[in-house]
Write a protein that binds this ligand. Structure first.
Ligand SMILES: C[S@@+](CC[C@H](N)C(=O)[O-])C[C@H]1O[C@@H](n2cnc3c(N)ncnc32)[C@H](O)[C@@H]1O
Length: 230
């Protein structure tokens, strides 16, 4: 039975016995989602998403949240957008495809204590498997992400949050083959973010066509990774 663990920024994570790892950095789960996954991705393609001027270049933002877990990366994105554009003024449509293979962690969302303002949306999603209201649509694709990623249309995603357990513990989700399938589902001028800066991960990202740069250093000396599809 997994129990919630408080991280250094006050937000909660869990520990996976199967993988021998926490679901988030224990230096701060919320911070990790916001600083490593959401902010760098949005900043890099802000103008492409139409967030920096009044004429929207992309009326819908499409996101793949790979390894959805407790849904912090999607929640952080919704909070981030709510901070720059008031929720009731948002003309932007958001469509998120969450990939996850473990119903137990999805069930944990229902009683999870999170301070993300948008977490009630994630809780409703966890109960219903789909969320569709106003400008936000989120669907969960349950199963092995290597298979379910193929449910996503090609050239679809503007942003991808790639958040598997570590390359050592979960190597199958850091391969060239999996990255190629993700790359094919991303639009031009789109961006993928991940916490890992492992050499093998970056080599595999480059091998399928991504431009790879350092992401921010948060809670440790090593950077995260930003991968850009031109
Ligand atoms: C590091 S945690 C992700 C944390 C998550 N992004 C969050 O905000 O809570 C890794 C997640 O990958 C999921 N996972 C592991 N293997 C998978 C697979 N083959 N396909 C889909 N999800 C997988 C685990 O169940 C776990 O929820």
């Amino acid at each position: 039975m997994m129990k919630p663990i408080k991280t250094d920024d006050g937000s909660y994570t869990f520990f996976s016995e199967q993988y021998g790892e926490h679901y988030h950095s224990i230096t701060g789960a919320d911070e990790e989602s916001m600083k490593k996954f959401v902010e760098p991705a949005v900043k890099i393609i802000e103008s492409r998403l139409g967030l920096t001027n009044s004429s929207l270049t992309s009326p819908t933002i499409y996101i793949i949240d790979v390894c959805f877990g407790l849904g912090y990366n999607s929640a952080a994105f919704l909070d981030y957008l709510g901070n720059i554009i008031p929720t009731d003024e948002q003309k932007i449509q958001i469509h998120i495809a969450g990939l996850e293979n473990d119903q137990e962690i999805i069930d944990k969302i229902k009683a999870n204590d999170s301070s993300f303002k948008s977490y009630p949306i994630i809780k409703k999603l966890a109960s219903d498997g789909i969320y569709s209201k106003n400008n936000i649509k989120i669907e969960l694709h349950m199963g092995d992400a290597r298979i379910t990623v193929k449910d996503v249309p090609k050239n679809w995603a503007n942003l991808v949050f790639l958040d598997p357990f570590s390359p050592k513990k979960c190597p199958q989700l850091w391969t060239e083959e999996f990255f190629r399938n993700i790359y094919e589902r991303m639009s031009s001028n789109s961006c993928l973010t991940t916490y890992s800066c492992a050499r093998s991960v970056r080599d595999n990202l480059r091998a399928v066509g991504f431009e790879v740069v350092d992401g921010p250093r948060v809670g440790r000396r090593a950077p995260s990774t930003i991968a850009y599809k031109r």
